[in-house]
Design a binder for this molecule. Structure first.
Ligand code: B12
Ligand code: SF4
Length: 503
């Protein structure tokens, strides 16, 4: 039994497709709008499957805000179907920009502009660095694109567009936003097209998070529970992913949401903060509502690192019992950890993996500390002269782009890769199996597909077979979960643990 999977790093996952230099495109078609999610390189240490788990809501939301009279298409370059379409040639191209794919976004913008389209750039990186983005676009949109998108389209069509529009995250109310247009996505390309958002904002202000961007105002807001339920029903998939920063930001709201979701016999996962476990009855409600997994940003096992980053929440000494509470309710924990904080020395890597195995986290996501421009972390490291370069493509959390305090950048990158090698090894996968024997076969099947099958993913993604292969497995999980939660519901005491949690 080999302990480390071979690192598979094909060209198609490393570089975007080449844009043709010849100009054979027809002239722009009035009213034709193309929305693009640009290519970004995939870290071969991780799972390629992650990138087709569920789509970002950026483009479907902008499409939802498009007034009648325009024809809208969405193109996600990460589905590896070649260059974005040029026939019919769009009049307006909207591109979402994160820093890791900013250079590809600018390349696409130049290509479409040179052929007569008007290009609008929006998204997190435009909000963080509007002046940089403005050099590559006809129009930039900062903040929330939804309230300003209809005006941008109207102004571009009338030839009177401004260079910059600033969308507010405060008004109009979040619940008044139009629903995203998921119907424009290729259903076969993702594990689930049912990415949902119910809440906005977060109580914390971690200094490395984009929510701490200078000047960003995103107050906590919620959507009506009925809106969320209706979107799930309409999408008709067995599994949904809540992409909220923290679905538990308002516990009363989460409880109402869970009670409304319970009758759907649906399964879902969400990002929450660990303090959700302060209230075991809420964890139980989540399980009864179909929650099979949570993504939790533990960030670090060092209280000093957490204090430095202004990350609120439970003390690391309490992490294990809180994880266990979730696991005993059949909720799998995907723990997210950041490597390279000031108190992290060379010992951090093995200590972290040992801990992950000891508490049997079924899944762990690792990130090298990355100072996003505009965040307090970036300002501090910059002031200390520790930023190594501003090549945004490498700000992908798999590269050290700053000088760590207690090790070299090279040691940080090597330690990060070693952690993933250990976590993706058969030994580690086995050590972290669920405690309930009946849950082990499904765990092993899912884990093998997710963590040890990058060659297979390459084929599934290219041939649009992701949904065909994943969905039957997901449907089986859903059926098991429905049976299990009926047993949980029959047990009376909140916090009481069912005999056989499902994973
Ligand atoms: C879904 C998701 C993914 C998906 C899909 C990613 C993709 N790009 O296709 C998957 C799982 C594949 C993924 C992977 C990764 N992700 Co991710 N992901 C998210 C998540 C959870 C939701 C994104 C979303 O749908 N938001 C909701 C939409 C509506 O918000 P929005 O994108 O900001 O769009 C609004 C505005 O920005 C604006 N807008 C956006 N685009 C446009 C375009 C136009 C034309 C206009 C007018 C307006 C506009 O209007 C929109 C409506 O309000 C966010 C966290 C979050 N909750 O936002 C992280 C997040 C975006 N991911 C992040 C990271 C770091 C990654 C990874 C690098 C992680 C890793 N180590 O592997 C990878 C690589 C992806 C990459 N390079 O971008 C970071 C990005 C940080 C940053 N500053 O860039 C985030 C913010 C998480 C975090 N808190 O750190 N991710
Ligand atoms: S808890 Fe998560 S979403 Fe909230 S500020 Fe910290 S990193 Fe950002």
């Amino acid at each position: 039994m080999d302990s480390h999977p071979p690192r598979y790093d094909p060209e198609a996952f490393r570089s975007p497709p080449t844009l043709p230099s010849a100009r054979t495109e027809p002239p722009p078609t009035p009213g034709d709008v193309l929305l693009v999610n640009p290519f970004y390189p995939k870290d071969p240490c991780g799972s390629f499957g992650k990138h087709v788990l569920t789509p970002s809501l950026a483009l479907t939301s902008i499409a939802g805000a498009t007034p009648p009279g325009y024809r809208v298409r969405i193109w996600d370059e990460n589905l590896l179907q070649g260059t974005p379409p040029s026939v019919p040639f769009p009049q307006i191209v909207g591109i979402t920009v994160h820093l890791t794919f900013a250079s590809r976004a600018y390349e696409l913008a130049a290509w479409y502009r040179a052929r007569g389209a008007k290009v609008v750039l929006g998204g997190l990186h435009v909000t963080a660095c509007p002046d940089e983005a403005a050099a590559h676009a006809d129009v930039v949109v900062t903040g929330d694109g939804i309230p300003v998108w209809p005006r941008v389209l109207a102004d571009l069509t009338a030839g009177v567009a401004r260079r910059r529009y600033d969308g507010s995250f405060v008004s109009p109310r979040y619940e008044d936003h139009p629903p995203p247009r998921r119907d424009l996505l290729p259903r076969s390309g993702y594990l689930t097209t049912s990415s949902l958002v119910a809440t906005r904002g977060c109580r914390n202000r971690c200094d490395f998070c984009y929510l701490s961007l200078d000047g960003l105002r995103m107050p906590a807001q919620t959507r009506r529970v009925e809106q969320v339920v209706e979107e799930i029903r309409r999408e008709a998939q067995p599994y949904s992913v809540f992409i909220d920063n923290n679905l538990g930001v308002n516990r009363d709201y989460l409880r109402s949401l869970c009670r409304a979701l319970a009758p759907l016999d649906h399964i879902w996962s969400a990002a929450v903060t660990l303090d959700i476990t302060d209230d075991p009855s809420l964890v139980r409600d989540m399980a009864l509502a179909g929650c099979t997994g949570v993504f939790i940003g533990f960030e670090s096992l060092s209280a000093s690192n957490l204090a430095d980053a202004h990350k609120g929440g439970p003390d690391p000494a309490e992490f294990p019992w809180r994880v266990r509470l979730l696991q005993d309710h059949g909720i799998q924990v995907n723990g997210s950890f950041v490597l390279g904080f000031d108190h992290d020395g060379p010992e951090v890597f093995d200590e972290l993996v040992d801990w992950i195995e000891a508490v049997r986290l079924e899944c762990a996501t690792l990130q090298i500390l990355t100072p996003y421009p505009g965040t307090p972390l970036f300002e501090r490291l910059d002031a200390e002269g520790r930023i190594l370069h501003r090549r945004w493509t490498l700000y992908d959390t798999a590269h050290a782009v700053f000088r760590p305090r207690r090790m070299t950048p090279e040691a940080l990158e090597a330690g990060y890769a070693r952690c993933y090698e250990r976590l993706f090894s058969w030994q580690s996968i086995w050590r972290r199996r669920p405690r309930s024997a009946s849950a082990v076969p499904a765990y092993l099947a899912m884990t093998t597909l997710y963590k040890r099958s990058n060659r297979l993913w390459a084929q599934l993604i290219r041939h649009r077979l992701v949904a065909t292969v994943w969905r039957p497995v997901v449907e089986l999980s859903r059926q098991r979960h429905v049976r299990w939660r009926r047993r949980l519901a029959a047990m009376e005491r909140p916090g009481l643990v069912a005999a056989e949690p499902v994973r």
